[in-house]
Design a protein around this ligand. Structure first.
Ligand SMILES: CC(C)(COP(=O)(O)OP(=O)(O)OC[C@H]1O[C@@H](n2cnc3c(N)ncnc32)[C@H](O)[C@@H]1OP(=O)(O)O)[C@@H](O)C(=O)NCCC(=O)NCCS
Length: 154
């Protein structure tokens, strides 16, 4: 695996990242991107919980978590540009978000992932997430959109 370059630093998202995040979200999730207005509202509401990473001028990764509520947070989305994968950026983004949640007193982090998304599931397991024992939930995100829910004890 190529080493992560020192110039690739994770930071919290800024207002001016909005259009780049929209473009990256469409590239990463071409069949189910967030509508622009949803991403705008997520950025407004959870700016401190959205982290991005740049390669030079180009935004190449992002992760979004919710602030803890009754000790529980959700990782809402994670994406790395196709040409920048397998360099540890996904892991780095997740660690940054999880560190923030821990510091804020979250006790658990939850997420939903497509059951066939082996790459993401391996990443989450390596970070300590465990799949719900009942297996994937059918139609969790609507018809045909099953999701495996996973939990990490922080
Ligand atoms: C999932 C995703 C964010 C991972 O990003 P990434 O930057 O490539 O991940 P990393 O380089 O940090 O890899 C972390 C681990 O994931 C696993 N992994 C990564 N690529 C893998 C592959 N091709 N096959 C198997 N496991 C893989 C490995 O366990 C890897 O550990 P390693 O660092 O020891 O190799 C990226 O593939 C992506 O954006 N996918 C499309 C969007 C998506 O599925 N998001 C998650 C939705 S829940």
């Amino acid at each position: 695996m190529p080493a992560t370059r020192p110039s690739l630093r994770v930071r919290t998202a800024l207002e001016q990242d909005m259009s780049d995040i929209v473009l990256l979200d469409r590239e990463v999730f071409p069949d189910l991107p967030y509508p622009y207005f949803v991403l705008r509202q997520l950025l407004d509401a959870f700016k401190e919980h959205m982290f991005v990473v740049h390669d030079g001028d180009r935004l190449c990764g992002y992760v979004l978590a919710t602030p803890p509520s009754e000790g529980q947070s959700w990782i809402l989305t994670l994406g790395v540009a196709p040409g920048m994968r397998h360099r540890g950026l996904g892991r780095q983004l997740m660690r940054e978000a999880l560190d923030r949640l821990r510091a804020e007193g979250a006790r658990t982090a939850r997420l939903g992932v497509r059951p066939e998304n082996v790459t993401a599931i391996r990443l989450y397991i390596s970070l300590g997430f465990a799949p719900d024992p009942g297996g994937p939930r059918s139609d969790y995100f609507g018809p045909g959109e099953d999701r495996l829910l996973m939990t990490l004890a922080l």
